[in-house]
Write a protein that binds this ligand. Structure first.
Ligand code: HQG
Length: 180
């Protein structure tokens, strides 16, 4: 596949593995997994055919490692970003002292008021590097990076989890933990 085809197929996979499995006529198990064969036949039925090699290429080359194969190689899931309810079985983990969230200026008034909320996802997404957060914010306009005092949040009993591709998740970030 060329780069354009890979990006296009990867977007379709994000859609079915995170948000709308019915689009490919598949169902995800409670942990978000689907059999590779079921996914590939679903993609074919949906008019978006994908070979096993193509799927492998997407999993291996994806810039954010969005998808993961099960250890036995038979199942695949999205590593994060779901809007359908899934239990990724991630253990609470102590975060780095600071985490970053990228957003845009127009969201700042409600964020300052009520903190960061998961909106349509299940968690607030945070990153350990400022640069990554800047890119996340830039998807929506001129980016604003917020710094989260994750050390203090954690000390106060808030749980953090980290996905297989290094995204830190929190249920919310109350406004008092936003610095700067
Ligand atoms: C904002 C992509 C108003 C929040 C990225 C964000 C990321 C509030 C938007 C991942 C708010 C939600 C997640 C509040 C938060 N009032 N707005 N109280 N609290 N917001 O897309 O973090 O490419 O659900 O700042 O790279 O932008 O999909 O979250 O702007 O890792 O793999 O509400 O998605 O990854 O937007 O992005 P999103 P996000 P993938």
């Amino acid at each position: 596949m060329n780069n354009k085809e890979i990006v296009r197929a990867s977007k379709f996979l994000s859609l079915v593995l995170r948000h709308d499995p019915a689009r490919a006529g598949i169902t995800l198990d409670p942990q978000g997994w689907v059999e590779v064969e079921e996914l590939l036949s679903g993609c074919r039925r949906a008019g978006r055919p994908l070979t096993p090699e193509g799927l492998r290429e997407i999993i291996d080359t994806n810039d954010k490692k969005r998808f993961a194969l099960s250890p036995d190689g038979l199942r695949v899931r999205a590593q994060q970003g779901h809007s359908v309810r899934v239990d990724l079985s991630l253990e609470p983990t102590a975060p780095p002292d600071r985490l970053f969230h990228g957003t845009v200026g127009r969201f700042l008034p409600p964020i300052r008021r009520e903190g960061l909320r998961p909106m349509n996802r299940h968690h607030v997404h945070l990153s350990p590097e400022e640069e990554t957060a800047r890119k996340v914010g830039a998807r929506r306009g001129s980016p604003v990076v917020l710094t989260v005092d994750s050390a203090r949040m954690h000390a106060d009993g808030h749980e953090f989890r980290v996905t297989g591709n290094g995204v830190w998740l929190a249920e919310s970030v109350p406004p008092e933990y936003l610095i700067g």
